[in-house]
Ligand binder design. Structure first.
Ligand code: LMR
Length: 400
């Protein structure tokens, strides 16, 4: 009997497996609306000009490939904190934020999960219904139990705020609640500032711990506007966790660059938490990969590059918002009677189309159009050249 005889075949990843299938598809008209990757109107995921410039500078100035410290460079912590919390709150929270440079936002979630699992008294992790397909996997892999809170109304394809509010009011003290800071993945349905204010009040009142997943800063309304919920929750009480990603807003997907910020209540507590975070990192991947982190330091730390980068983020955001409008219009013009105008009000790369699993499979297998089987589309994958075919296929699929 072989050693691996009893190893079962794992199910394919619901998002990343679509990229593999898309690459293997020989249809020249194939359309990828699966994985959350920004493309420009020519269908290319660009390397930002500011990133190219940073890489050029780094190639000239780098002198070593020796290890980074376990939490990464202090400059990285300072700059990522500033982007996340804003300069005022960052200085108000000075000495109370533990920051660690992680391999992507997923790395931040996993380091936090390991820390929580080892050091806190078995809190339940609460996830929105629906949530990013990998959330449950990351927290379960660290041995944590997950439960779900209400968030979305599948009938109206929009946020069900009353159900959400009622749900989070019933979460026990000490449990951890994963909130999408902006550009909710997979629905695009975000909380308004007033709703964030209420969430902050509820968190304080009930005593549960907010954990903000912040993967799309700048892709919703603006760099500071998208941080409203993070800053509200971090500013009104502690503790709180934030997982930050630079995959999308600096386009560093494959370089895997993110940060975990943990807001503690005192300098002394900060030291103890930081020491345990180091243990979690050391036993996981030892210390972070430097390249992407150095790009972030160079772009965010240089006033001229930073302002150019903010413009690049605005260009990506504007394109996504334009595509949302064009998509709704194209569906209308194709003669689809169902009202898709909700897509225009949603934020970020993702929306739910209301298509079911069978329809998603039919799109993929018969038309080489790749969407997640939950019905999620990455609207940032729509271009002026693929939109007409997309709208006409959807018309036939929905109306027949
Ligand atoms: C997505 O949701 O498509 C992205 O966050 C990429 C991923 O890793 O799933």
């Amino acid at each position: 009997m072989s050693l691996f005889e009893s190893v079962p075949l794992a199910p394919a990843d619901p998002i990343l497996s679509l990229t593999e299938a898309f690459k293997a598809d020989s249809n020249p008209e194939k359309i990828n609306l699966g994985v959350g990757v920004f493309v420009d109107d020519s269908g290319v995921t660009p390397i930002l000009d500011t990133v190219r410039e940073a890489e050029k500078r780094l190639a000239e100035s780098n002198t070593t490939k020796s290890y980074l410290p376990i939490p990464g460079k202090p400059d990285y912590a300072a700059l990522t904190q500033e982007l996340c919390f804003g300069p005022d709150l960052k200085s108000r929270l000075s000495g109370r934020i533990v920051t660690v440079h992680t391999p992507g936002g997923t790395g931040a979630l996993r380091v936090a999960a390991d820390f929580i699992s080892k050091n806190l008294s078995s809190p339940t992790i609460w996830l929105s219904t629906p949530t990013w397909a990998n959330h449950k996997g990351v927290f379960s892999a660290a041995g944590l139990e997950t439960k779900n809170y209400a968030y979305f109304d599948h009938g109206t394809l929009s946020l069900d705020y009353p159900a959400f509010k009622q749900s989070i009011q019933n979460i026990p003290a000490g449990d951890i609640v994963i909130l999408h800071a902006c550009c909710h993945n997979p629905t695009g349905a975000d909380l308004s500032p007033e709703q964030w204010d209420e969430v902050a009040e509820i968190a304080t009142e009930r005593g549960w711990i907010p954990f903000l997943d912040f993967a799309y800063q700048g892709f919703g309304t603006g760099i500071d506007e998208d941080a409203y919920g993070v800053r509200k929750l971090a500013g009104s009480r502690g503790p709180c966790f934030v997982a930050q990603s630079f995959s999308k807003n600096i386009g560093l997907y494959r370089d895997r660059v993110g940060a975990l910020h943990i807001l503690t209540e005192s300098g002394e507590e900060n030291q103890r938490v930081a020491s345990q975070i180091k243990v979690a990192v050391r036993s996981n991947y030892s210390n972070p990969p430097t390249h992407g982190g150095d790009i972030v330091i160079t772009v965010l730390g240089d006033a001229e590059l930073r302002s150019r980068w903010e413009k690049e983020v605005a260009v990506m955001r504007d394109r996504i918002n334009q595509v949302r409008i064009q998509f709704v219009n194209a569906l209308k013009e194709a003669g689809i009677s169902r009202d898709f105008s909700f897509l225009e009000n949603q934020k970020g790369m993702f929306s739910f189309t209301g298509l079911n699993k069978e329809q998603a499979i039919e799109l993929r297998e018969r038309h080489s159009i790749y969407i997640v089987e939950s019905g999620r589309v990455n609207v940032a994958g729509i271009t002026s050249s693929n939109l007409p075919r997309l709208a006409s296929v959807l018309k036939n699929l929905i109306e027949n």
